[in-house]
Ligand binder design. Structure first.
Ligand code: CAA
Length: 284
């Protein structure tokens, strides 16, 4: 049973992981590079928990207790006594490798689990950045974390089965998530299927074959998806979509994983979806 969790990187995903964990009674230390990023994380978490209060999922007292269980820090050594660390920084291999090297240095408990929320980067690479690859595992959440029930559990060739078992119990018994098991290939299970689908929608839009609205309506009204592929790309973030596509392409060299030029141009332009208020759609 995990009682002390460290979350490194508190963007959309890290904030969501910290929120659901504190709501389930864990003490959480959130680490971000700057005070400004920590403030954004605190606001995001508070807003999301307030949403839960409004919809009657938790009381105001439970909200206050959950928020009080989260510490916000800029110094990585604040996670030293964590039993589990979840890394959730940007989907950039060099950044994650350097961070795993530093996490390995600061976390004192030899039995601690070092996990990544990576969407696509092989866990083996992250494990080899540490001196304890047997303790490194992928615990991949889905956006929005408080809403989506799924977690992909990814084990590398060197992950100890005890590490995998403890990570599985954390996600299943403590957070109430539904765990599926994936081998260690870029994209794991979900993104290996989802990203080619989104890239196909972008190619369809880019070719002028149909409007963004009609492509999305096709999948919502025709296939009962909660949102269409272009709206979903905006939700995930076009930079993350691009990074996952690049990881998949670099692993398999299959054209279906190659980012279309429009996706590259939108990323270069900073049109990253909801987080920048503009992607395939405009957000206020
Ligand atoms: N935080 C907390 N709660 C949220 C939330 C958020 N960010 N967004 C929505 N909710 C809650 C709402 O409070 C609401 O709860 P109640 O019913 O209890 O009031 C419920 O979710 C439904 O929300 P809304 O009515 O506002 O909106 P909706 O019905 O349109 O649902 C959605 C919004 C949940 C995002 C839905 O459109 C959806 O499921 N979309 C697909 C999401 C998806 O596919 N995610 C996976 C992305 S891929 C990924 O994450 C992996 C990767 O590696 C790239």
């Amino acid at each position: 049973m995990i009682t002390r969790l460290g979350v490194v990187g508190a963007g959309l995903m890290g904030s969501g992981i910290a929120e659901v964990s504190s709501r389930k009674g864990l003490s959480v230390v959130v680490v971000e590079a700057s005070q400004a990023a920590l403030e954004r994380a605190r606001n995001r978490i508070t807003k999301s928990i307030d949403r839960g209060v409004r919809s009657g999922k938790l009381t105001a007292a439970e909200r206050d207790a959950a928020l009080a269980r989260i510490a916000f820090e800029t110094d990585l050594s604040a996670i030293a006594d964590s039993e589990l660390v979840v890394e959730a920084v940007i989907e950039e291999e060099s950044t994650k490798l350097e961070l795993f090297r530093r996490i390995d240095e600061v976390v004192t408990d030899p039995n601690a689990i070092l996990a990544s929320n990576t969407s696509s980067i092989p866990i083996m690479k992250l494990g080899m950045a540490t001196k304890r690859p047997e303790s490194v595992v992928g615990i991949h959440f889905f956006n929005p974390v408080p809403v989506m029930p799924l977690v992909e559990l990814v084990t590398s060739l060197l992950t100890d089965p005890n590490t995998a078992g403890a990570a599985n119990r954390f996600a299943t018994d403590q957070l109430g998530k539904h765990v599926i098991l994936s081998k260690d290939r870029a994209g794991f299970i979900v993104n290996a299927l989802l990203i080619p689908y989104i890239l196909s929608a972008i190619r369809m839009f880019e070719s002028g074959f149909a409007t963004a609205e009609d492509i999305d309506t096709g999948m919502v009204d025709g296939c009962a998806h909660p949102m269409g592929p272009l709206a979903l790309a905006d939700l995930i973030g076009l930079d993350t979509t691009m990074a996952v596509a690049e990881s998949l392409y670099s692993e398999f060299k299959e054209p279906l994983y190659a980012p279309p030029p429009l996706l590259s141009r939108m990323c270069e332009a900073g049109l990253l979806g909801r987080k920048t208020s503009r992607g395939f759609y405009q957000y206020d």
